[in-house]
Design a protein around this ligand. Structure first.
Ligand code: PEP
Ligand code: MG
Length: 618
């Protein structure tokens, strides 16, 4: 087995500069979604996107139409992003609004009939430059012309004004190029140790590049509580607040921030009192973790002796030490998307087999459920775009498009390669295969046929694979799958209920969208009824069923889930001890009675009140 060293405790880390004399700027508070627990104190680090990789500088005359079309689409997208930001500013205190709004307005104006856009259009049509090159060249020319007005002797204030205008042009140019190239591979190499990363938005692929041992916290303007970026940040154990509107534009280099990932607040330039309270919270959080660490070796058994399987979700290999430390008994959901992110080519069978093998070996005999690629929705993967597997322009409605198993059955090579790699890795320890986004029995049958074909091929090749193929199960993450769970149970070997997508699809709420974050509610009775329906279908067949969505990580919901008959939960590693503590404090009878009462309710708020009052007889 590979030896795994635990990472340092990122929650307690504080950059030296955070302890420097308090800044003269006034304290300002921002509110967002509490997505990853813990308190972090540190200097802010604003990310700018990396220099875009521009594949083409010149175009043919015959491409002018298409290139101009790309530019216009990027302008529309940029305008939409800024308009959304502008609308959200209304949530901020007036003082903050008055500082940020003029900046956003200036950007929006530049995306109207401006000299910048006139120049860019002309460069495409007349000098045959690609849209990206035209934007960068024109923006640089305008910025240079502005700075040329800064003659020697110009008062510092006027010079700063010119510089600001030049910077604004540069910023809008970068936004356009970002939207033109959908710039891959952000680099966080320059991130000073112990700092708080602040960004307008962070894609799951960006989050995958973060090094949790160097980072104190993360704050973004955009994002939903159970979007994949949030899931990754939780997995990394980095205190994080998403959807903190206005912060990315309000912060200045050198600012200190306090991020409370449990309360969902961010304080810029904290006063001495705020700082003292924050330091106290950091210590309290560290103590709590120490307390939970003691649970690691204790079994997850209810007071009346019912064992419950508590496993971890893994989205990035850096989480392995946390998983091993957490006391999780195996991995209930290995999201394989990380393998495909931040690279230009699709990983081959050998590369994938090696990655899976490392993880399986690290679990030292505990089972690992490997989910095949779940591309789609907000999970963009450049390698697939570059390989021409998926279109460059996203569907109008990507969450309802070619996602998960749908793409894999359309591109069987992808699925075959991945299944071959998983089968090879399964010689190193117990493995299960999980199919994402299943909605029909036909999809399971088709995937199984491919699975068996792949196994036959590997055997012919002389590859060692298990005699009995590892079980093949499915995610239940759409209302369609949940409601046909009885039929799906005849085809699948196990169910993993994905409450994140199940909530999103049931309530028609984008899980990564801050505008509708308040409507994203896994405790909505419709979601819980679907969970119950699917769980009962599995239990009737005596088929294993687990929950691997974020619902599984909430200890307050453990009694309800146990009461519904669930005995297997998979969650981010840091939640395992808290859920274990809850498991060890309840009796199954009481959970069953409680679940019956909860499932009679039609109102999410009433359910929440009952859940919070469990054991207190509300
Ligand atoms: C889910 O949808 O609940 C799930 C576990 O899958 P993911 O979060 O990767 O979409
Ligand atoms: Mg899902």
């Amino acid at each position: 087995m590979n030896r795994i060293e635990p990472p340092p405790q990122q929650h307690q880390r504080m950059a030296q500069s955070a302890l420097a004399a308090p800044d003269a700027r006034p304290e300002r508070s921002f509110h967002g979604l509490a997505v990853s627990a813990g308190v972090a104190i540190g200097p802010v680090f604003g990310t700018t996107e990396p220099e875009a990789v521009i594949a083409r500088h010149k175009i043919q005359a015959s491409d002018i139409g298409a290139e101009s079309g790309r530019l216009e689409a990027a302008i529309v997208q940029s305008r939409k992003q800024l308009a959304k930001l502008r609308a959200k500013l209304a949530l901020l205190p007036e003082e903050s609004q008055s500082q940020i709004a003029p900046l956003i307005d200036a950007y929006i104006q530049m995306l109207g009939p401006s000299r910048l856009l006139r120049g860019v259009r002309a460069r495409i049509a007349e000098t045959l430059l690609s849209a990206e090159t035209a934007v960068l060249t024109e923006a640089a020319a305008i910025a240079a012309a502005i700075m040329a007005q800064a003659e020697p002797g110009l008062p510092a204030e006027d010079r700063a004004g010119l510089q600001r205008r030049a910077d604004e042009i540069g910023e809008i140019g970068r936004r356009l190029v970002r939207n033109l190239t959908r710039s891959p591979f952000r680099s966080f190499a320059g991130l000073p140790e112990g700092s708080i990363l602040v960004a307008e938005s962070l894609r799951p692929a960006d989050a995958a590049l973060l090094d949790p041992s160097r980072l104190a916290g993360v704050v973004t303007d955009e994002g939903g509580a159970d979007g994949h970026t949030a899931v990754m940040l939780r997995a990394l154990g980095v205190p994080a607040v998403l959807g903190a509107t206005g912060l990315a534009h309000a912060m200045q280099p050198g600012d200190i921030a306090v991020v409370d990932g449990s309360a969902g607040t961010v304080t810029l330039n904290p006063s001495a009192t705020t700082m003292t309270a924050a330091k106290r919270s950091v210590t309290a959080f560290a103590r709590e973790r120490q307390r939970y660490a003691k649970l690691r070796r204790l079994p997850a058994v209810t007071m009346d002796g019912e064992p419950v399987e508590l496993q971890a979700n893994l989205e990035l290999p850096v989480e392995l030490p946390l998983i091993v430390q957490s006391g999780a008994v195996g991995i209930g959901l290995l999201r394989t998307e990380f393998l495909f992110m931040n690279r230009e080519t699709v990983p081959d069978e050998a590369t994938q087999a090696e990655s899976y093998r490392t993880i399986v070996e690290a679990m030292n005999g505990d089972p690992v459920t490997i989910r095949v690629l779940d591309w789609g929705g907000e999970k963009e993967i450049e390698a697939l775009t570059l390989a021409g597997v998926v279109p460059e322009i996203a569907d109008t409605n990507p969450a309802l498009g070619l996602r998960g198993i749908r793409l894999l059955l359309r591109c069987p090579d992808l699925l075959e390669t991945q299944l071959s790699a998983i089968l090879r890795a399964s010689m190193s320890g117990p493995v299960r295969v999980l199919l994402p986004m299943v909605t029909t029995v036909g999809e399971v049958r088709a995937a199984r046929e491919i699975y068996e074909r792949v196994a036959r091929r590997l055997r012919r090749r002389g590859e060692r694979i298990p005699e009995k193929l590892p079980p093949m199960g499915i995610m239940i993450e759409t209302p369609g799958a949940a409601l046909s769970a009885d039929a799906l149970a005849l085809e699948a070997d196990f169910f993993a209920i994905g409450t994140n997508d199940l909530t999103a699809y049931t309530l028609a709420v984008d899980r990564a969208e801050s505008d509708v974050a308040a409507l994203y509610d896994p405790m909505h009775p419709a979601v819980l009824r679907l969970v119950q329906f699917a769980a009962e279908a599995a239990l009737r067949m005596r088929m294993p069923v687990s929950i691997c969505g974020e619902l599984a990580a909430a200890p307050r919901l453990t009694p309800l889930l146990l009461g519904l008959g669930i005995r297997s939960l998979s969650m981010n590693a840091s939640a395992v001890p808290r859920v274990k503590q809850m498991v060890r404090s309840v009796q199954i009878d009481a959970c069953v009675r409680f679940a019956r009462r909860v499932m009679e309710q039609g109102d999410a708020d009433r359910i929440r009140a009952l859940v919070d009052g469990f054991g207190k007889d509300v």
